[in-house]
Design a protein around this ligand. Structure first.
Ligand code: AHG
Length: 278
């Protein structure tokens, strides 16, 4: 396992430098989720897939940018890594933070088999969260990764990060979001899952929601590459992740690119979501 984490740490430095140097123009290709790919999306995906497939304890990988699972030569190895190489890459032109999300599964691609997860955040600073027993926060200081300690959510926060197009929200969802603002919650939403969820973790609480909408009844965010890894991080930080009624990490996966509505937050906000959605 530690060799996977070390590889991701080294890869973060390389991806951070690629982000500064590579063209961010759109290519002709569209990925499996229907997003037009940037040259940097493809470059980072190719780089990471080669690195991860070379690790002796990795049996297979799957990427948000690729339709099928890719198998390594290590057929008896235990781990499968699912990752989103550059989540939020459409924000690069506006120079907002973006990230790499990863989940490490033991033997099978199933939420119950997730044994570690995390993300790298490329912002003014290069940081990484690695969740195993705890959700540990690391920052690169130019020569080493410093451990800043474990992230821990309070039982209630102040941030409201509501995803999706508002005109496609259900009325009950709209009323819930408005009720949070009425209680004094502040809007904090960049449109990048990594910085938006990271901000809630670092500031100690709040709610991130990406609900079912009339144009996306299963939500937008994908279970294996985005939602399960963040659910694992949130639970290790003392928070919660649900799809409205069920715990995210109890959900099954029907196919690699399946999406789900999702709500991440501290206890008070997730209790509210349950009241509204149950
Ligand atoms: P992309 O990688 O295409 O930029 O998508 C970003 C994802 C995720 O990071 C974010 O939470 C969500 O899309 C935002 O979607 P909305 O703009 O629909 O709120």
């Amino acid at each position: 396992m530690s060799i996977i984490i070390d590889t991701l740490r080294e890869s973060a430095l390389h991806i951070d430098s690629l982000l500064k140097d590579t063209s961010t123009s759109y290519m002709q290709s569209i990925n499996v989720s229907g997003d037009t790919q940037l040259e940097i999306d493809v470059k980072v995906d190719t780089f990471l897939s080669e690195k991860l497939l070379n690790i002796p304890c990795v049996k297979a990988i799957c990427s948000e940018e690729q339709e099928e699972m890719l198998y390594s030569a290590h057929t008896n190895a235990p781990y499968i890594i699912a990752y989103d190489p550059l989540d939020g890459s459409s924000l690069i032109d506006s120079n907002l933070s973006i990230g790499t999300i990863f989940g490490i599964y033991n033997e099978e691609l199933n939420a119950k088999n997730l044994i570690a997860s995390g993300y790298i955040i490329y912002g003014p600073r290069l940081e990484m969260i690695i969740a195993q027993e705890q959700a540990l926060h690391y920052r690169y200081n130019g020569s080493i990764w410093r451990n800043l300690g474990a992230l821990q959510l309070n039982t209630k926060g102040k941030i409201n990060a509501p995803g999706g197009t508002q005109k496609h929200w259900e009325n009950k969802h709209k009323a819930m979001i408005e009720s949070l603002f009425a209680q004094g919650y502040r809007l904090r939403y960049s449109g990048g899952m990594v910085p938006d969820l990271h901000q809630i973790l670092v500031k100690g609480g709040g709610l991130f929601s990406y609900p079912a909408t009339s144009d996306a009844p299963n939500g937008k965010l994908r279970k294996l590459f985005e939602v399960f890894p963040f659910a694992f991080v949130y639970e290790k930080a003392g928070g919660f992740a649900i799809n409205g009624t069920q715990r995210i990490l109890d959900l099954e996966v029907a196919h690699l690119h399946e999406s789900t509505p999702c709500f991440f937050g501290s206890q008070s906000e997730i209790n509210l979501v349950r009241e509204v959605y149950e």
